[in-house]
Design a protein around this ligand. Structure first.
Ligand SMILES: Nc1ncnc2c1ncn2[C@@H]1O[C@H](COP(=O)(O)OP(=O)(O)OP(=O)(O)O)[C@@H](O)[C@H]1O
Length: 447
C-alpha cells in the first residue's frame, strides 16, 4: 500500500526507526519533532495520515497537543504515547484521533492500524471526489479562471479524448494530479480505472513487484499470486507521479512495457498484455536529468507525448480570490458547516506568498477553518496558528503590507475581469498602461 505519512515525535531515534519500518512498507515518510514543525511540514507535504506523539516540546502537555488536532487537517491521526493511560486514550479518541498506540510500538500492530486508517482515508477522499464530480464537470476540480488556467483547461479538453501520453510538469502543489484526473475523466477510458503510482515513494526494490505484480514463490514472503498496479490499470489510465524519481533500472523495464504493451509478473513466465494510457507528472527538470544521465532519453520521449504545464500560484495571482472561495466552499460542503472569511482574514490570504502553491493554500485554509468558532474566519483564528504573520497583518507597522495586498487583489481582479488584457485592466483601474506594468513588475506579477 502506498501513502504519505507524517511522523511527529520529539524522540529522534524513534522517528528514524519508525521511518525505516514505514519506508520498507512502501510509504513516503517525513518527520517533525514539534507541533509547529508538523504544521510547517504539512504546508508542502500532503500527508494521508499522521502519527502523533502526545508529549511534544515546548509544553510536553498531552492536552495541548490534543487541542491542536483540528489544525492538522481532516486526515486520520494515530496517537502514540509513552503512557498507556486509559483516560488519555479516551480523550484522544473523543478529540477526533483515529486510533491510539502505546509505546513501545509493535511494528506489526502499527502496520495493521496504518493500513486500516489509510483504507478509510482513501475511501473518504474518493467519496468526496465523487460527490464533487457528481455535481460538476471534471474540470471544475481545477479552479482558476485567469488566462493561464483557461489555456490549460482548453488544452485538457483537446487532449483528453486522444490516447496520447501526457507529461504534466510544474512546481509541487500546483495541481498536476488534478490535471491528470481531469484528463482521465474526460477520456473514453473514464469508466475504467485510474491507477496512481507514486514512483518516488515506493522503494526501488519494491517498485518492480508493485508495478508488475508477482507469482507465488517469486521471493520470500510471496505466499500467493498478486496482481500489480499495471494489471489493475488495464482498460484505464496509469498515472506515474514523480516519474523523475524512478530508478534507472526500473525505467528500462517500464520503457519495454510502454513499447510492447506486455510484461511479465515477477517470477512469472506468462506474458500479460495490457491496454493503458500513460500520464506522468514531475516537478523535476527532466531534460537536465536526461543530460546528467539520470533519466533515460528514450523513456522521456515515450512519456512526453504532449507536455502540459501547471503554473505556480505566484504566476497566476488573479486566481487567488477564486481559489480561496472554492477551497473554503468545498471544505464547508464536506464538513456540512457554513463558514466565510472576514475581510481582514481574506486580505491575509490574498496578500501572502504561497511558495507551496495551492496545496499550501488549501492546507492553511482548512486548518484555520477547523479551529474557527463562529460563522466567519477571523484574523484571530489565523493568529492562533500563525502568530507572527497574523500579528504583522493586524498592526499599524504593516501598512505597506496591507496596501500591497489590496493592490495585488484589485489588479488581479481587474486582469481577470478583462481576460488578461493589460490595457483594459489599466483603464478599469484608472492607471496608465505603463503604471500598471510597473506595479506588475514590482509585485512580481509580470511573468
Ligand atoms: N487548480 C486547482 N484547483 C483546485 N485545487 C487544486 C488546484 N491545484 C491543486 N489543487 C489542490 O492542491 C493539492 C495538491 O494538488 P496536486 O496533488 O494535484 O499537486 P501536484 O502538482 O501533483 O503536487 P506534487 O508535485 O507535490 O505531487 C490537492 O489537494 C489539490 O486538490
Amino acid at each position: 500500500m502506498s501513502g504519505r505519512i507524517l511522523l511527529v515525535d520529539d524522540e529522534i531515534a524513534f522517528c528514524e526507526l519508525a521511518s525505516d519500518w514505514l519506508s520498507d512498507d512502501g510509504y513516503q515518510v517525513q518527520s517533525a519533532h514539534s507541533l509547529a514543525g508538523a504544521q510547517q511540514c504539512l504546508a508542502d507535504f500532503d500527508a494521508d495520515l499522521i502519527l502523533l506523539d502526545l508529549a511534544l516540546p515546548p509544553q510536553m502537555d498531552p492536552n495541548h497537543t490534543l487541542a491542536a488536532l483540528p489544525s492538522l487537517g481532516d486526515r486520520p491521526v494515530i496517537i502514540l504515547t509513552g503512557h498507556a493511560e486509559r483516560q488519555l486514550a479516551l480523550t484522544a479518541m473523543a478529540a477526533g484521533a483515529w486510533d491510539f498506540l502505546a509505546k513501545p510500538v509493535d511494528p506489526d500492530m502499527l502496520a495493521v492500524v496504518i493500513r486500516r486508517a489509510l483504507t478509510k482515508q482513501n475511501l473518504t477522499r474518493e467519496l468526496s471526489r465523487l460527490k464533487d464530480s457528481a455535481s460538476s464537470g471534471p474540470l471544475d476540480a481545477l479552479v482558476g479562471s485567469g488566462p493561464a488556467m483557461n489555456t490549460l483547461k482548453a488544452l485538457i479538453h483537446r487532449i483528453a479524448p486522444t490516447d496520447v501520453p501526457v507529461l504534466v510538469t510544474g512546481p509541487s502543489g500546483t495541481g498536476k494530479e488534478v490535471v491528470s484526473r481531469a484528463l482521465h475523466q474526460l477520456s473514453r477510458r473514464a469508466q475504467g480505472p485510474f491507477v496512481s503510482v507514486h514512483c518516488g515513494a515506493i522503494p526501488a526494490e519494491l517498485l518492480e513487484s508493485e508495478l508488475f505484480g508477482y507469482k507465488k514463490g517469486a521471493f520470500t514472503g510471496a505466499d500467493r499470486d498478486r496482481p500489480g498496479l499495471l494489471a489493475m490499470a488495464d482498460g484505464g489510465t496509469l498515472f506515474l507521479d514523480e516519474i523523475g524519481d524512478m530508478p534507472l533500472s526500473m525505467q528500462v523495464k517500464l520503457l519495454r512495457v510502454l513499447q510492447e504493451g506486455t510484461f511479465y509478473p515477477v517470477g512469472g513466465r506468462e506474458q500479460q498484455r495490457i491496454d493503458v494510457r500513460v500520464l506522468s507528472a514531475t516537478n523535476a527538470d527532466l531534460p537536465s536529468r536526461v543530460a546528467e544521465g539520470r533519466f533515460r532519453e528514450d523513456l522521456y520521449y515515450r512519456i512526453k507525448g504532449v507536455n502540459l504545464q501547471t503554473p505556480a500560484l505566484a504566476d497566476r495571482p488573479e486566481d487567488l480570490p477564486l481559489l480561496c472561495e472554492a477551497l473554503l466552499g468545498a471544505w464547508c460542503r464536506r464538513q456540512g458547516r457554513p463558514l466565510r472569511l472576514s475581510a481582514a482574514a481574506r486580505q491575509w490570504f490574498l496578500g501572502k506568498p504561497w511558495p507551496g502553491n495551492v496545496r499550501e493554500l488549501k492546507n492553511t485554509l482548512e486548518s484555520v477553518a477547523a479551529i474557527a468558532q463562529g460563522q466567519q474566519i477571523e484574523l484571530d483564528d489565523i493568529a492562533l496558528l500563525y502568530p507572527t504573520q497574523a500579528q504583522a497583518a493586524a498592526t499599524g507597522d504593516s501598512l505597506d503590507e496591507q496596501v500591497r495586498a489590496l493592490e495585488i487583489r484589485l489588479i488581479s481582479q481587474a486582469l481577470s475581469a478583462q481576460g488578461g488584457n493589460r490595457s483594459a485592466a489599466a483603464r478599469q483601474l484608472g492607471l496608465s498602461r505603463q503604471g500598471l506594468l510597473k506595479k506588475l513588475e514590482r509585485y512580481g506579477l509580470d511573468a
